[in-house]
Design a protein around this ligand. Structure first.
Ligand code: ATP
Ligand code: MN
Length: 457
């Protein structure tokens, strides 16, 4: 259909005084004896276009005035009667699709919980439309950031045969139903599609390392899958994962890229989504614009895990979970560090080797690894990364200690055998980032169709 985006009608001066055709959904409708007013949204902008219908001059089918109806309007774009915007004086209004009164998106404020039950319609609300415009802008900014730094964009496999990292968190991929005549698990997998146990990847990192140790700097941006059994507001079974991997780099450079990336993404969202951000600031998280401006302009803090434990131990009565050197930081600990102690994003580095993955660089102290988590207020962990162990023998030793099947990691080990280099990277949970910049508190509200335990609607 030949028509003008409402965004352009509102923002481009060349359209003022012109005859236009616009399409959209009726978001509000007011009627007086002489005039009807419609506010129309086509998704292109946060602000809607006001349509003015002179009832003496134009007879409009009543269905066109109903909330949620889709219409196509011709008319002249003029300076608004009130305020300093523009409005469209309708000369014709055509109904595209009527919308019966059972339309679940009514004007009165509904709850996010209710809207979660209608994922196919919730994007027609201000809140969700704004979230997904921000999400799109952020996704494009990610590609721009890495392109400007000459990182190559890699697509790593989603189906994987290695079940290293996510042992227990891995979804299985199979085409074969269980039959009682299989004598063992092994026999069952042998008969399956790939002839071995296969699953959905929890991370593209291992393959990312393959690419980085040839192309230097790479990143992936795709889905990861985790059969997280925890029903939290920060975990999904399917989430989007940004994973840069950098050759000839040690932990400080990896942290620097993470900090630069986060600031770049925040800047992009603030600059490119001013209306959405104003909305989030008013209705979702008061002060979020100031918070993000502050983050974009301040240096992130750095704290050693050992130091973090000392800080947390002093306040141990505030926490549900105990704090001891060697324990994994719980969300409440992470949030205390970033929200109360540092009041800004903080990198926690050098975690005990027992609570981190086999591939992380072993520090000289023999107890810790060169891991880094970035914690941000309101969320806790948003990024997890590390320098990788580049020494063949040390890597094998770490795998043995974890009783891993070394033979299935030949390719990964080869990277340490042939021209091994210091390298590392990190993973950003894209939905956690979208939560952080919009102030949305539940991860299910920043992805189109959330997948989590017992939920695949
Ligand atoms: P958490 O402790 O929060 O479960 P993790 O330590 O399992 O995170 P990593 O394996 O380091 O996370 O993954 C890198 C990033 O991916 C995390 O920092 C987080 O932003 C994101 N992430 C991890 N698991 C999920 C999930 N189930 N849903 C959404 N994002 C996730
Ligand atoms: Mn996890």
């Amino acid at each position: 259909m030949k028509h003008t985006d409402i965004y352009d009608a509102l923002n481009k001066e060349e359209f003022l005084g012109q005859e236009l055709v616009v399409c959209g959904w009726v978001r509000t409708s007011r009627d007086s004896s002489q005039v009807s007013f419609l506010e129309l949204s086509d998704g292109s902008s946060f602000t809607r276009l006001q349509i003015v219908i002179d009832k003496n001059a134009l007879n409009v089918e009543p269905e066109c005035l109903k909330l949620g109806a889709s219409v196509c309007v011709s008319g002249k774009l003029v300076k608004a009667f009130k305020g300093d915007g523009v409005e469209l004086n309708a000369s014709a209004v055509a109904l595209l699709g009527k919308c019966p009164a059972e339309y679940p998106i009514q004007k009165k404020r509904t709850t996010l919980e209710f809207l979660r039950t209608i994922p196919h319609l919730r994007l027609r609300t201000n809140t969700f439309a704004a979230v997904f415009r921000v999400r799109s802008v952020a996704a494009q900014a990610i590609h721009r950031f890495f392109a400007e730094k000459r990182f190559y964009y890699m697509n790593t496999p989603l189906i994987t045969g290695s079940d290293c990292e996510g042992a227990g968190e891995m979804f299985r991929v199979t085409t074969q139903p269980w039959k009682t005549d299989f004598k063992s698990e092994e026999e069952y997998y042998k008969n399956d599609f790939f002839g071995v146990k296969a699953g959905l990847s929890v991370s593209g990192q291992l393959e990312g390392e393959v690419a980085a140790t040839a192309l230097g700097k790479i990143y992936t941006f795709g889905p990861s899958f985790r059969a997280e059994n925890s029903n939290t507001t920060r975990h999904l079974a399917e989430f989007w994962h940004v994973e840069p991997e950098i050759a000839f780099a040690e932990l400080p450079e990896i942290m620097q890229i993470a900090e630069e990336m986060l600031k770049y993404l925040i800047r992009a969202v603030l600059d490119e989504c001013p209306e959405e951000m104003k909305f989030f600031d008013s209705f979702v998280e008061k002060g979020i614009i100031d918070k993000l401006e502050h983050v974009a302009n301040s240096e992130f803090a750095v704290c050693d895990y050992t130091e973090a434990i000392e800080i947390l131990k002093k306040e141990k009565d505030r926490f549900e979970f105990p704090v001891e050197w060697g324990c994994d930081l719980q969300s409440e600990h992470e949030r205390y560090l970033t929200e109360v102690v540092y009041k800004r994003p903080v990198f926690v580095i050098n975690y005990p080797k027992e609570i981190k993955s086999f591939y992380m660089l072993q520090n000289p102290d023999g107890k810790t690894v060169a891991a880094v988590d970035l914690l941000v207020p309101g969320i806790g962990e948003i990024i997890g990364g590390s320098q990788r162990e580049a020494d063949y023998d040390k890597l094998i030793a770490a795998m043995r200690a974890r009783k891993m099947d070394i033979s299935s990691y030949k390719q990964y080990l080869d990277l340490r055998l042939f021209g091994s280099v210091p390298h590392g990277g990190f993973g950003l949970g894209f939905e956690r980032f979208v939560m952080y910049v919009t102030g949305m508190e539940n991860i299910r509200d920043v992805i189109l169709f959330p997948r989590s335990v017992k939920n695949i609607m």
